[in-house]
Design a protein around this ligand. Structure first.
Ligand code: MN
Ligand code: MN
Length: 343
């Protein structure tokens, strides 16, 4: 049984917080090619949710209705004046982290911070205030973690947790450690930490083929530990505050029946729609798998981006402890040895 807390305590170990019983991390039989397909769909799903939501970011549901009816196509535009299918910081920071892990052949917090810094220097289309401040602190002080900040409970760390969820498949404590470590480069707040761990876990369980009922039970257990994450009754808030973001994602994940329906419902809530879309896209992408991704949406994404997200998803799964344990039924490449999730 995996018994890990969502909220880290005053120390740094998972043993410091309240205990949350999540059940076994992996079902008894895991087929690695299936996990890889779901991991690819998670990464593509994140990009699709980002691109879909960015059009209506910072709008209210009423404003979206009068401008678009129901917003359900990758049309670009929005306050960032994007091309159709263009992604924003949510995808770019996830990509930066995945590339850093790829380059290091495993986890490197320094490599991730450097990748974030290089991204910021490249004058990105959009960057959140907390992410910018954290990356600038790294550039000036060289520190990999900021001081705890009352304003750090935004969703900017949770939106990019996908790469560590894939890298730590099969290692529940590793997920906890890496999700929080990557978060604190820019966000140092217990709610952000807990959100990163919860999103990472939901992605992992979906990648392992767990049922929606199982995912929901985990999300409800999280809501008992962290009341800010209770998503029913849904209050309809979709701001950049990570509790609002998670409530929006979870409510719509568990009240829709396919990937397109989930993402459409999430982004039409408006607010921080590219980020709620990205997080929902990662979880729902993993859950519904590649067949769930609408072809007309995928065609809008840049082809080089699709190829790179697919390659990096495969690479992250291959580096995970799960790949080292599970035989590959498709006779794919052998898992990379060497304990990728080591600090
Ligand atoms: Mn964004
Ligand atoms: Mn956003």
């Amino acid at each position: 049984m995996a018994r890990l807390a969502l909220l880290p305590g005053p120390g740094t170990g998972p043993e410091d917080g309240p205990v949350l019983d999540l059940g076994p991390a992996a079902p008894p039989s895991v087929h690695l090619p299936d996990v890889r397909d779901r991991a690819r769909a998670a990464f593509l799903g994140l990009a699709l949710g980002d691109a879909l939501g960015a059009t209506v970011e910072f709008m209210t549901p009423a404003e979206i209705r009068s401008a678009h009816g129901i917003h359900r196509e990758l049309t670009g535009g929005g306050w960032l004046r994007l091309r159709p299918g263009q992604v924003t910081d949510d995808t770019e920071l996830s990509l930066a982290m995945a590339r850093a892990i790829d380059a290091a052949g495993g986890w490197s917090l320094l490599g991730v911070a450097e990748a974030f810094a290089a991204w910021l220097k490249g004058r990105p289309t959009d960057v959140g205030a907390t992410c910018r401040a954290g990356i600038r602190r790294y550039l000036i002080e060289g520190t990999l973690q900021g001081r705890p900040g009352a304003w750090d409970a935004g969703n900017g760390a949770a939106m990019r947790v996908l790469p560590v969820a894939l890298l730590t498949l099969g290692d529940d404590e590793g997920l906890w450690r890496l999700a929080v470590a990557q978060a604190r480069i820019t966000h140092h707040h217990p709610l952000s930490d807990a959100a990163c761990v919860l999103v990472g876990r939901l992605v992992q369980q979906a990648c392992l083929g767990r049922s929606l009922r199982h995912l929901r039970a985990g999300a409800e257990a999280a809501g008992r530990e962290v009341p800010h994450f209770r998503f029913e009754p849904y209050r309809g808030l979709a701001t950049g505050y990570v509790a609002d973001t998670l409530q929006t994602v979870l409510h719509h994940l568990f009240t829709t029946r396919d990937f397109e329906g989930c993402l459409t419902a999430v982004v039409n809530q408006g607010g921080d729609a590219d980020t709620t879309g990205a997080i929902a896209g990662a979880i729902a992408g993993a859950y519904y798998g590649p067949e769930g991704l609408p072809a007309r949406w995928l065609r809008r994404l840049d082809r080089a981006l699709v190829a790179e997200l697919t390659r990096l998803a495969d690479r992250l799964v291959a580096l995970s402890p799960l790949a080292a344990r599970v035989s590959d039924g498709a006779g794919g490449p052998p898992p990379v040895a060497g304990g990728a999730a080591a600090p």
